[in-house]
Design a protein around this ligand. Sequence first.
Ligand code: CUA
Length: 155
Amino acid sequence: MHLHKYEKIWLIFGIGSLVLFLAVLGVAAFAFGQQPPSHMAKVDAQNLEESVFSEPGLDQINEDTYRARIVAMAFGYDPGTIEVPVGSTVIFEVTSSDVVHSFTIPGTNVNMMITPGHVNMAEYTFDEPGEYLVLCNEYCGTGHHYMQMKIEVTP
Ligand code: CUA
């Protein structure tokens, strides 16, 4: 088989970049121990009453930081409303008691899939007062389009 000179160059380039990429990845992962960020906090979805989600709601961590523990279910969220003062940073810890849902605050970068058995986390600072809608954008059943909650950010 005869290969054109340019074909050879491209082959070498292609295979070379693949080897280089895998080498960089391998050295980073195994020599430097770099792993993707993981929120692999787990929870027993069958038994949320005896977990940190036994009383979902808002906890104040410090002056302007809150933790919101929220349970997503067909077809809503518990609690259905939370209220924080403007400027607050909220760490959302969300799990599901049944199927896969999502926790999406339109207009922000909070958009996560909520998987039963996992504690899914996101953080957001609410710099603008107002009412923020939280929606589910993973189809979860007949009531999917009713599934929502509210975040009230007070001045
Ligand atoms: Cu929950 Cu769609």
